[in-house]
Design a protein around this ligand. Sequence first.
Ligand code: SAH
Length: 366
Amino acid sequence: MLPILDQSVEQLQTWMLEHDQRPYRAAQIRKWLFAKRANSWEQMTDLPLGLREQLASEFTIGSTEIAVHRKDDDGTEKLLLTLADGTRSAPAALQVECVLLRDDKGHCSICISTQVGCAMKCAFCATGLGGLTRNLTTGEILEQMLQLQRLLKPEERLSHIVCMGMGEPLANLDRLMPALAAASAKDGLGIGVRKITISTVGLPVGIRRLAEQNCQYHLAVSLHAPNDELRTQLMPTNRNIGIEAVLAAADAYFEKTGRRVTYEYILLAGVNDGPIEANQLVSLLRGRPSLINLIPYNPVRGLKFRTPHPSAVARFVEILEQGGLNVAIRHRKGARIDAACGQLRRAAVSPREANAVPIVEMTKDE
Ligand code: SAH
């Protein structure tokens, strides 16, 4: 059995022709999956019964199961999905998280995972603690979007997608790109490319590949430190890359696409949140058309980092703004539902390891 979500329109059309069906059936199926929120072949009543049966014998619609569904009073909902190869005895190794966030303007944004776990090992990240299990398939990436879309009220529409869940998107670009193509296609989810954000630890090769394709997605680079010594301590991938190469690739992305790059900067008390770092950041980014997105640290049980006092955050912002940088502070949502990346899965693995009051993070600047 093949997941239907792994099939491109062209593949579906070919399948139809090979089975003596009209190619337009492919478009009908996509409409059911993406627009009409169907999750079974039986629902697709405008397909002939024989075709539905044939499809059901060859393709699965959904391959994930909802293991946990949490809702917060602020409208945030989070799913922990078990993948098809997750066994009952050890499902946590094959689970991913995805989040639906609602803002007061009626926008519904979703945050999706691109890998099971992550190999990047950033020192402050809950996902990195467990290492990488495997890449998600195109179908699994899309299925998160569809599972979250099914949580919407009939009058609600998805407006933004951010790839800020578990994993490093640019380490799984071959599977991510077709998923985002379906998300942005008119006969897919129809979400504008400019409303889709790819957040990366900063892999120059991947950023340049993305730039070459000129697909206009919004790029967010996790910078987190203004000098190589500190960045390498926090983000081991920096050791063989270096900030200069990351910024050069991001500059190339801007030059090619005309899209302003966002730099994410997690604020860790006493580590990277002082005036020295703020001034270094100004020197680094001054003159680059960019937005700095400050993220107060979300405590992860077992890690020694602390969230800065609001006064330290305010001082940091002031220095950046005086230096002429554009600054946003990330909104926090989903506080009561383990909504931050990697934390719900950790809670499922071992409730004592997880945080009592974690917080989800979402960019609201675009
Ligand atoms: N691998 C990608 C995307 C996933 S992480 C990346 O590195 O960008 C999404 C964002 O959440 C990144 O900016 C990441 O550094 C940040 N993040 C991870 N753990 C966090 C924590 N405990 N508190 C706040 N932000 C965190």
